[in-house]
Design a protein around this ligand. Structure first.
Ligand SMILES: Cc1cc2nc3c(=O)[nH]c(=O)nc-3n(C[C@H](O)[C@H](O)[C@H](O)COP(=O)(O)OP(=O)(O)OC[C@H]3O[C@@H](n4cnc5c(N)ncnc54)[C@H](O)[C@@H]3O)c2cc1C
Length: 333
């Protein structure tokens, strides 16, 4: 690992003041479960590290009548276990409980989860100069691409976004509070992520001298769920994830305000608009959930090795909808 200078600010303003306007030379450190790997693999080679461990404000949690605000420094384990998250934002609690393994959940933070880098093996290989590291083209397009995007139209790089908290938060209508050098701003998580196309961009829209302070989830009587299809139960990412949220929809009642967000199928969390339309204002039954699952896979353009993900999308969406509606998971025996 390259040597670096370590800074330990105590306020968000101080932390942001230590960052630089361009990515690369200075990095924020939260739990370190992603950044330290990247440093050891020489993918990230910062000469300055700004630790967030002394910024107590990032651990604040506030529960109001209308919203839950979770500090970006909260661990993923604490998010999964929080009673109000479990009660009002089930999809987030479920997604957090599934992340990685206990070690990752106890060190990894909410802010780090949203800002983690992608897991593409070409990007993570020190010896491969992929598009995101300044190379001429994305190696996965005609390489080993079984874990890559299936919604590929218009994308020069076909990573999948790695965060499983992100689809749940987008489905729940959450937003992030961001500390910038000249003040604070709020951004909807639905607009927080982007598909990077080179070394000057990340998988999110933060500037290099901004940081996530907290995430706010509205409390709106929403029923929600997250369902993941995985190879392994631990130390892995899902192959496909569906996070859903809606009002109503219980015991045959109509569901309204339906949001369906897919993970691990596109360079950003993917909002399945056709599926949302297919279900809005309808009762959630096995038939309607199956139809929504089919609609969710519409428009996909899989790569040479990942066509199998289309069927997983159908299954994940159907099961997430049924779980959120309160149906018994018939697939668990
Ligand atoms: C084996 C394994 C399995 C995993 N499985 C999953 C999974 O199933 N689902 C999933 O979602 N994730 C998974 N992860 C990823 C894990 O969740 C992330 O590594 C973790 O959430 C990162 O949080 P951290 O606090 O450790 O971040 P760090 O490693 O400290 O930082 C990660 C990045 O975020 C930036 N950052 C950190 N905090 C902030 C902030 N407040 N504002 C702006 N930028 C910030 C850092 O600068 C860095 O670029 C897995 C990881 C491993 C190693």
């Amino acid at each position: 690992m390259k040597n670096f200078t370590y800074f330990r600010p105590t306020s968000p303003e101080q932390a942001v003041g230590l960052l630089e306007a361009r990515w690369g030379n200075t990095e924020l450190l939260a739990g370190g479960t992603d950044l330290l790997d990247l440093q050891k693999e020489y993918i990230a080679q910062p000469s300055r590290i700004v630790s967030l461990a002394g910024v107590a404000q990032l651990n604040n949690v506030s529960i109001g009548d209308r919203a839950i605000t979770l500090g970006a420094g909260m661990t993923i384990a604490a998010v999964a276990a929080h009673a109000s998250v479990r009660q009002h934002a089930a999809a987030l609690a479920q997604a957090a409980a599934e992340v990685g393994a206990p070690q990752i959940r106890n060190m990894g933070t909410l802010g780090g989860n949203l800002c983690q880098r992608n897991r593409c093996w070409y990007f993570r290989d020190e010896h491969t100069n992929c598009l995101l590291k300044g190379g001429p083209r994305c190696n996965a397009l005609d390489g080993e691409n079984k874990y890559h995007a299936v919604f590929t139209a218009g994308h020069r790089c076909v990573i999948v976004h790695p965060s499983t908290l992100a689809p749940a938060l987008i489905a729940l209508g959450a937003s992030a509070d961001v500390q910038a050098p000249n003040g604070r701003r709020t951004v909807e998580l639905a607009k927080f992520f982007r598909a990077p196309t080179g070394p000057a961009e990340r998988e999110h829209t933060l500037a290099a001298n901004e940081l996530v302070l907290s995430v706010t989830i509205p409390i709106a009587g929403t029923r929600s769920a997250s369902y993941e299809v995985r190879h392994k139960q631990a130390y892995d990412w899902p192959l496909v994830q569906a996070a859903v949220a809606f009002q109503g929809g219980q015991n045959g009642a109509k569901a309204t305000g339906v949001r369906i967000v897919l993970g691990h199928v596109a360079p950003t969390p993917y909002i399945a608009e056709a599926a949302q339309r297919a279900l809005d204002n309808r009762a959630i039954t096995e038939a309607s959930a199956t139809a929504a699952g089919r609609a969710a896979a519409e428009g996909a353009k899989p790569l040479s090795q990942n066509g199998y993900k289309l069927r997983l999308i159908e299954v994940a969406v159907k099961r997430a909808l049924l779980l959120a509606s309160g149906a018994k998971p018939y697939w668990e025996v």
